[in-house]
Design a protein. Structure first.
Length: 432
DNA sequence: TCTGGGGTCCTAGGACCC
DNA sequence: TCTGGGGTCCTAGGACCC
């Protein structure tokens, strides 16, 4: 059996831990630049706020319905996630942290009543961390996800499923007819791996529920759609096709892209932004001990500004030798942006992507023509990472990312960010 | 006025090879 | 008029996930 545990409305719940006055109120957490809603409390969902709704379109609800909108505080969410995951790991022997707010846990070899065990862990996370969670259990990942969706729905929408399935649902512990009834009550769009496109196509051929999909012939499904959907069909019938990966594989590509807080028109500002993005991407690259062999950079205007002249361009270049050196990568990214830049546009977004990654332990044969000795550069990057890890991001940086005191024209807008309650001594809550 | 960011996998088609 | 067969690699695009 496999369990899937996830935090309810995770970002909104994290904020509530430190601001209890937000309980029972509609709360949304906004994306970067306070652009759109990326997390919603149940009350916010009840107001009809959709995932990804632009903030300026729902802003009126602050006045009308007491909506509270907060800027994303990813440092807080990451730290809360770590705490939640360490408790969730207690469910079984192996855990795959699937995203910031959910994990799979392998329950193989766990004796006793799994529902009771899940209940205990859930209560512990709620008491110790303050985050409400739901847990789904099933013989495959897809069924565990589905069980989780049922547990959430049974809690949030009374009457959608039997009430005793709220918060915890174990699809592997029930009879065939009971499970079939639950699948029949679940829209096929709820199934993990079935997105909007597939869901529309499936509805067209009369496959409306999860049970309908489970009863399709996987061979025919593969022929008509893909091997991915065929695996979903098999998983729905209890045949595992997806394995639990408890060791996260290295990333195959690493990106850092951002929308700007306001339109940017000048090349120097773009270069400053792209330097910063490259530095962040390079740091992620070094953290997984990889090197990149290709670098892509892009700049673009905003497709939402209909009156602006539109321009979007990117370029990928191979590196002379694989590298994780912020200096080398920044030079290349800036060269690309200089090449792509055309004056007279309102640029809204830029980004860097590092690709064709490989382990930095694979020794590269060098012709020895490089004047900057690699070892010195490696030590420099180590020092850079150590200093920034100890003293905070950006303490030591290339001059090309801008100098202190000079306002960044491209800076992100974050007007409603809560303090780093758990990640900064200066911002720890004070009890009086 | 104001619309996020970061990933994965699969497939089809073209280039190229013998 | 008639114009092989089989394979690999790469890329762009599509679909999905959170």
């Amino acid at each position: 059996m496999i369990a899937l545990l996830d935090g309810n409305n995770f970002y909104a719940s994290c904020e509530r831990v430190f601001q209890p006055r937000l309980k029972n109120r509609p709360v949304v957490v906004l994306s970067n630049n306070d652009g759109c809603a990326i997390a919603r409390s149940d009350e916010a969902k009840a107001l009809g706020i959709k995932m990804g709704a632009p903030f300026f379109k729902i802003r009126h609800l602050e006045e009308e319905a007491g909506l509270v909108a907060l800027s994303a505080n990813f440092a807080l969410y990451g730290d809360m996630s770590d705490r939640m995951m360490s408790l969730a790991a207690g469910l079984g022997h192996r855990q795959e942290v699937y995203s910031i707010d959910e994990c799979f846990v392998d329950l193989a070899g766990i004796p006793g009543d799994l529902v009771q065990r899940a209940r205990t862990i859930r209560a512990r996370i709620h008491q110790w961390i303050g985050i409400p969670t739901c847990i789904g259990i099933g013989p495959t990942k897809t069924l565990a996800k589905l069980a989780n969706a049922i547990a959430k729905s049974a809690e949030r929408k009374p009457g959608s499923y039997p009430a005793h399935l709220a918060q915890i649902c174990h699809l592997g512990a029930m009879g065939d007819s009971e499970r079939a009834a639950l699948l029949a009550a679940t829209d096929v769009a709820e199934v993990w791996g079935v997105g909007p496109r597939l869901s529309a196509q499936l509805h067209q051929v009369g496959t409306r529920t999860a049970l309908d999909l489970a009863r399709m012939d996987p061979v025919a499904v593969q022929r008509r759609w893909s091997i991915v959907l065929a695996k979903t069909v098999r998983e729905l019938n209890g045949t595992p096709c997806l394995t639990l990966d408890d060791i996260p594989p290295d990333k195959q590509q690493i990106a850092c892209t951002r929308s700007f807080g306001q339109p940017v028109t000048e090349l120097p500002d773009l270069l400053e932004a792209i330097s910063e993005f490259t530095a962040r991407a390079a740091q992620k690259l070094r953290r997984q001990n990889s090197q990149a062999s290709q670098l892509m950079a892009f700049i673009r205007t905003s497709p939402f500004r209909k009156n602006d002249r539109q321009y979007s361009a990117y370029r990928t270049i191979p590196l002379p030798a694989p590298s994780s050196d912020t200096g080398h990568l920044t030079e290349l990214a800036c060269a690309i942006v200089r090449h792509l830049y055309k004056p007279g546009h309102n640029y809204a977004k830029a980004g860097v992507m590092l690709m064709d990654l490989q382990s930095d332990s694979t020794e590269q044969l060098s012709l020895g023509l490089d004047s900057q000795e690699p070892e010195t550069r490696t030590r420099l990057m180590n020092a850079l990472d150590n200093i920034n890890s100890k003293w905070g991001r950006g303490t030591l940086h290339l001059a090309s990312t801008g100098t202190a005191g000079k306002a960044k024209a491209w800076a992100m807008k974050q007007e409603r960010r809560t303090p780093g309650y758990t990640t900064d001594w200066a911002q720890v809550l004070r009890a009086r």
